[in-house]
Design a protein around this ligand. Structure first.
Ligand code: ZN
Length: 448
């Protein structure tokens, strides 16, 4: 049996389901499982993570060779790391990659050397303002090596000679990304994209990967009008690569969302697409507005996650980004404190439900024609208008019938009607369904 997105959403938003025993907990378990894997924009950490996700959803892994031209960029060399440490003159290991994969700067070239602390310091990164946390640093496009450690630890290092080892490789290989496609009744599609390139970080990275996995799993068992494409890619270069290799697909993208930072306790934040007033922008705003919970909506800016690429002027796709606390605005961001304790099952579950509701709106948003436009049809005769007593429908449901009948002249979609009436899309959509059952509404018009 297949279930519509609305039915799947209902399961997700049932009060009893928003508990630690629901999908939120399962997403959190996936996060904990993938937390130790050392991911980067290329390499085996990415492959391992995608192969695990492939066990949950039908994912195709693509391998794009190093040196492939993708617009103004080249696919970089593949980076892998096996070990890394700093040892003092007594042979004691003071920084060990095995304790945290944040300790080695991502894309560090191999090094094996002995040097005094004064020289080593040029390669050490810490956060003086957050002295107990290990920072996350990368050097993808400049050959360099480095270690990241807490500022407290850095301060405790004695003068003297140190042995440093980074057992890594930076060689021709591939950029790996994962893609899942769920066909619907029409080929117009919704793009859901998350970055997978950070090592041990939970809100920025793993929460998006977990939510996207569960969203894809949920939609693959549903009945949908639109088609859905899910991308698990390295940030920036992954989106650039996918867009460069899939220009034909791009014309079918009707809307999209970039998923990240969906597990913290902050309120939902929607960042609009560059267009600002596309259907997905309006659907996201509508769902958040009627959620009864705090939220914020922000205008587009050319910074952030992969909406930067999807909204570049040559594509200008209607792709926004739905997060909780945006990147860089929580103190744990890009540090060792973005750990499994920082992300919560309840937040993940609530975020997933918001995504499902938004997709339900775009999936079912249609424009209809009133088949009886000359004055109101007699609803009572059809059992659509409540007589006194024994009401099976709420006053809202009745008003929704009148709104849908009045505005369905082919120029207004159900989302337009929901916005104009101030009612929820669900109420308007339910009214449209009842009117269709009674032959008072037919598909048509200029809208979606
Ligand atoms: Zn990040």
């Amino acid at each position: 049996m297949t279930r519509s997105i609305a039915e799947l959403t209902a399961v997700l938003t049932e009060p009893g389901r928003i508990t630690r025993s629901g999908r939120g907990d399962a997403m959190h378990r996936l996060i904990v499982e993938l937390y130790p894997v050392c991911r980067s924009i290329t390499g085996d950490g990415m492959r391992t993570s995608l192969l695990r996700i492939k066990e949950c959803v039908g994912l195709t892994l693509h391998e794009v060779p190093t040196g492939t031209r993708v617009f103004d960029w080249l696919v970089p060399r593949e980076w892998n790391i096996r070990n890394g440490y700093i040892r003092n003159s007594r042979g004691e290991t003071v920084v060990d990659f095995r304790n945290s994969n944040l300790h080695v700067m991502s894309y560090s070239v191999p090094v094996k050397a002995r040097m005094p602390l004064s020289e080593l310091r040029h390669h050490l990164h810490s956060l003086p303002g957050q002295p107990d946390l290990i920072p996350y640093r990368t050097s993808y496009y400049t050959e360099d090596w480095g270690f990241c450690l807490s500022h407290a630890q850095l301060e405790s290092l004695e003068e003297g000679e140190y042995d440093v080892l980074i057992d890594s490789s930076l060689e021709p290989g591939h950029l790996t990304y994962g893609e899942a496609y769920i066909p619907g009744e029409v080929t117009d599609e919704i793009l859901i994209s998350c970055h997978c390139c950070h090592p041990s970080m939970c809100n920025d990275n793993l929460s998006g990967m977990a939510l996207t996995t569960f969203l894809a799993a949920g939609l693959s068992e549903g009945r949908r009008r639109l088609s859905y494409r899910f991308l698990f890619i390295p940030g920036a270069i992954g989106a650039i690569t996918w867009l460069a290799l899939n220009e034909e697909t791009v014309s079918r993208i009707r809307g999209g969302l970039v998923v990240a930072c969906v597990g913290d306790a902050g309120p939902m934040t929607y960042k609009k697409s560059r267009r600002g007033d596309s259907e997905i922008d309006r659907a996201a705003a509508h769902v958040l507005k009627h959620s009864g919970k705090p939220f914020s909506i922000r205008e587009f800016s050319p910074y952030g996650y992969d909406e930067r690429q999807y909204c570049s002027p040559g594509f200008n796709l209607p792709v926004g980004s739905l997060t909780r606390t945006p990147h860089g605005e929580f103190p744990q961001y890009h540090t060792s404190a973005d750990n499994p304790d920082f992300v919560r099952a309840e937040s993940l579950e609530e975020s997933l439900a918001a995504y499902m509701e938004i997709l339900e709106v775009v999936d079912t948003n249609q424009t209809y024609m009133n088949t009886n436009p000359h004055c109101e049809p007699e609803l009572g005769r059809r059992g659509l208008y409540a007589s006194t007593g024994g009401q099976t429908h709420t006053p809202d449901d009745q008003m929704a019938l009148l709104w849908v009948l009045n505005l369905s002249d082919g120029n207004y979609s159900l989302l337009d009607i929901a916005e104009r009436s101030g009612m929820t899309f669900q109420t308007i959509s339910r009214a449209a369904g009842r009117l269709r059952e009674h032959g008072l509404l037919k598909k048509g018009g200029v809208g979606p």
